[in-house]
Design a protein around this ligand. Structure first.
Ligand SMILES: [Zn+2]
Length: 374
C-alpha cells in the first residue's frame, strides 16, 4: 500500500493548528516566555511559543519572523498571480499594460476560486486623520459584474491616477476596489455572476432579502441565472468583502461603476420618504453631487432605477443612508475605455473632494418627520 506524500502546504497548516492548540492549552507559558515587539500585528498569537517547535517543519529558528515572512510572501504571491492574470486580460482586450503591479494593494478576503479581493486605500495623512477626512470618504467599486468590461478598466485607471498624484485625494480618503468579482472576470467568456453563479449585486444582507430576494427571482418570467441572488443573504465572499469595506471605512458616498445602461442613479432612499417635508441639507447635497457628475459628463442622463432586495443601493443607500451612485457607462465595448475616462474622470475627481458636513443619519434624525416617526 502506498501512502500519498503530505504537501508542504498541508504540513504548514497542521503545524499552525498544533501550535494554536498547544498555545490555547497554555502549555508553553511557563517554559519559554519569549518576548516580541510587534506581536499584535501578526496573524496568530505566537508569544510564548518555543522556537524549537519550528524545527519540526524544517524551518530555521526565529520562527516568529519566519512565519510572519511566509505569511507576507504568500499574500504577495497571491497578489502577483492576480496581477499577472489582469495583465494578460488587459493584453487580450488591447488595453496595454495594466497598472495592477504598481499599486499598493491589500486584501482580507479571497474569492471562491482563491483570488484575492483587492482594494487600495488612499488616505491623506499630511494633517493627521482629522474630522475633515472623516466626512470625506469615498468608496469606488468596479467589476461587480465583470462581463461589463469597461468599468474594470475605469476603476483601475482611477487607482492608478490617485497613486501617481496624491493631490487628487488631498484632505480626503478614497477606497477603490476595482475588481470585486475576479472569478467572473477571468471566466472565458467573462460572466456577470461569481463562480457560484450568484449575482453579487443581489446578495447583500438587507432586511427584505429573506422574504423577497429569492422569491422575486424564482417567480420572475425568465428566472435569469445571471441575476440569481444566492440561496442565503451574504453567502458570497464578494458580498462580504463589499459589505465589510462599507462597515469598516464608513464612506460618505459610494460610486459603483457598471455598464451598459447609460445613466446615473442615486440611491438614497429613506430621505426620499421625507420629501413631503422640505429636503434635508444632505438630501440636497446628494442630489447636487449626482448633478455635478452629470454636468461634468455633458449632462449625462440621471434616472431613478430603484433598488432590489440584496442590491448595493438597498444595503448602503437605503439601509445605511449613504448616498450611493451607480454610474452606468453606455457600453461594455472594451474599445471605448479611453472615451469613458475622458468623459467621467473630471466629474469623479471633483466628487472625491465633495464634502458632506456630517453623517447623513445625523441630519436625518434631526428632521421633524423622523422625530414624529420615532
Ligand atoms: Zn452591472
Amino acid at each position: 500500500m502506498s501512502v500519498a506524500p503530505i504537501s508542504s502546504k498541508i504540513k504548514f497548516k497542521m503545524l499552525i493548528l498544533l501550535i494554536n492548540f498547544l498555545y490555547s492549552q497554555n502549555i508553553f507559558a511557563s517554559y519559554f516566555p519569549l518576548e516580541f515587539d510587534d506581536v499584535n500585528s501578526l496573524p496568530f498569537r505566537f508569544n510564548n511559543v518555543p522556537t524549537s517547535l519550528f524545527n519540526l517543519s524544517g524551518l530555521p529558528l526565529n520562527a516568529l519572523q519566519v512565519l510572519n515572512e511566509s505569511y507576507r510572501l504568500r499574500m504577495q504571491k497571491q497578489i502577483s498571480d492576480l496581477c499577472q492574470r489582469v495583465d494578460y486580460t488587459y493584453k487580450k482586450l488591447d488595453w496595454g499594460k495594466s497598472p495592477c503591479f504598481s499599486l499598493p494593494l491589500t486584501y482580507n478576503y479571497v474569492s471562491e476560486n482563491g483570488k484575492p479581493l483587492v482594494y487600495w486605500e488612499f488616505s491623506d495623512n499630511s494633517s493627521g486623520f482629522d474630522e475633515s477626512q472623516r466626512r470625506n470618504v469615498t468608496l469606488i467599486l468596479g467589476g461587480v459584474h465583470p462581463d461589463e468590461l469597461t468599468p474594470v478598466h475605469l476603476a483601475f485607471q482611477f487607482a492608478d491616477a490617485l497613486n501617481k498624484n496624491p493631490n487628487l485625494y488631498k484632505d480626503s480618503r478614497v477606497i477603490i476596489a476595482p475588481l470585486v468579482n475576479p472569478d467572473g472576470f477571468f471566466a472565458n467568456p467573462p460572466k456577470r455572476t461569481n463562480s457560484n453563479g450568484v449575482d453579487l449585486n443581489r446578495n447583500f444582507p438587507t432586511a427584505t432579502w429573506s422574504k423577497y430576494a429569492y422569491q422575486i427571482w424564482y417567480n420572475s418570467k425568465d428566472r435569469d441565472k445571471r441575476k440569481f441572488p444566492g440561496r442565503f443573504p451574504n453567502s458570497e465572499q464578494g458580498t462580504r468583502f463589499q459589505a465589510d469595506l462599507i462597515n469598516k471605512f464608513q464612506p460618505n458616498k459610494v460610486i459603483s461603476i457598471h455598464a451598459p445602461l447609460a445613466f446615473l442613479d442615486l440611491d438614497y432612499e429613506i430621505p426620499k420618504l421625507l420629501t413631503i417635508g422640505p429636503q434635508t441639507v444632505q438630501q440636497k447635497k446628494a442630489r447636487n453631487l449626482t448633478e455635478l457628475l452629470s454636468r461634468s459628463a455633458g449632462n449625462y442622463k440621471i434616472k431613478d432605477f430603484g433598488i432590489y432586495p440584496g442590491s448595493l443601493g438597498n444595503y448602503a443607500g437605503n439601509e445605511r443612508v449613504i448616498p450611493t451612485i451607480t454610474l452606468e457607462l453606455s457600453s461594455s465595448n472594451p474599445k471605448l475605455v479611453k472615451k469613458f475616462w475622458r468623459d467621467f474622470s473630471p466629474g469623479i475627481f471633483k466628487a472625491l473632494k465633495y464634502e458632506f458636513k456630517k453623517h447623513q443619519l445625523d441630519d436625518l434624525q434631526a428632521s421633524a418627520l423622523w422625530k414624529t416617526l420615532n
